[in-house]
Design a protein around this ligand. Structure first.
Ligand code: NDP
Length: 272
């Protein structure tokens, strides 16, 4: 029987995961079946259980089920525990293992694909939701000179640091960013999904080398537009992150690391 995997989310019709994993499998000579499942808000657990009973070996999980996926797992990586969210599940001998590859996918895209190491750099992370939670530990492991998290809801950002047990990260409100500049600015808020700008000014970009937008397929978002207008030449959206997190999941499930560049090139929609 062909090994089965799936992505589950709601809505799921726009997912790129079957395409990405299909391309990975083809390139690695692996025979897998990868489908998309529209999860039910009432019975996510049942959806996962049914897929396991049908021989499913693993799942990617997307909004709004990442928290529920984490909660139903029997064990979870440190990354997933801090994020309190799973974006990948593996079914092993009656057990469910949870992972969260969003943060390392983001870091790999920034450092490897875009050639911007975080080490020694001043890094600003906007947002303190699920994606920022996933990014925190990988970002800290990359040794930035300074890591600042800015969020509207400051308590949420402080809770994230407390959960991570880290004091070497600064939490600032948006007004406190006035006059401060950074080398790398990452927009992990969901503001761009409604074409909004997080309440930043051009100050934050100073001589920034990179402005990174986690949302993808949205062209030049207000965030990227402000960065561009401030002279930042290196602008990126989250398509590379999407492909890199998928590659991590593929490796976790199949033990083979697919090349990501051809898939990123295929999925990239030019920003301008
Ligand atoms: P969450 O809903 O968990 O968090 C949303 C965050 O955005 C919160 O910090 C919230 O702040 C902030 N926010 C929302 N609107 C605004 C605004 N107008 N101004 C300032 N801050 C705002 O979302 P996620 O963390 O799951 O997702 C964040 C982004 O990352 C989305 O764009 C999503 O599409 C993208 N993403 C991309 C992935 C990829 O593979 N490329 C993977 C995962 C996510 P507050 O707490 O103050 O309300």
């Amino acid at each position: 029987m062909t090994d089965r995997y799936a992505v589950i989310g709601r809505p799921i019709n726009h997912t790129k995961s079957p395409l990405i994993h299909g391309l990975f499998a083809e390139a690695c000579g692996q025979r897998i079946e990868y489908t998309a499942i529209e999860g039910s808000l009432e019975d996510f657990k049942g959806d996962v259980q049914r897929f396991r009973e049908q021989g499913g070996l693993g799942m990617n999980v997307t909004a709004p089920f990442k928290l529920q996926a984490f909660e139903l797992a029997n064990s979870a990586s440190e990354r997933a525990r801090l994020a309190r969210a799973a974006n990948a599940l593996k079914f092993v001998e009656g057990r469910v293992e949870a992972e969260n590859f969003d943060g390392i996918g983001l870091l790999r895209d920034i450092q490897h694909n875009l050639g911007q190491p975080l080490a020694g750099r001043r890094v600003l992370l906007l947002g303190a939701g699920g994606a920022a939670r996933g990014a925190l530990l990988p970002f800290l492991d990359a040794n930035p000179a300074r890591l600042v998290i800015a969020n509207r809801d400051l308590d949420k950002a402080r809770r994230l640091l407390a959960d991570a047990g880290r004091r070497d990260v600064e939490v600032l409100g948006y007004p406190q960013l006035q006059g401060q500049s950074f080398d790398i600015v990452v927009n992990a808020t969901s503001a761009s999904l409604s074409a909004e700008l997080p309440p930043i000014t051009a100050d934050v970009f100073g001589n920034a080398r990179l402005a990174y937008e986690l949302a993808y397929g949205k062209g030049l978002t207000p965030f990227l537009r402000l960065a561009q207008g401030s002279g930042v030449t290196n602008l990126a959206d989250g398509v590379g992150m999407l492909v890199e997190q998928a590659a991590e999941a593929f490796f976790w499930w199949r033990g083979m690391r697919p090349q990501t560049r051809p898939v990123i090139d295929r999925l990239t929609i030019p920003l301008v």
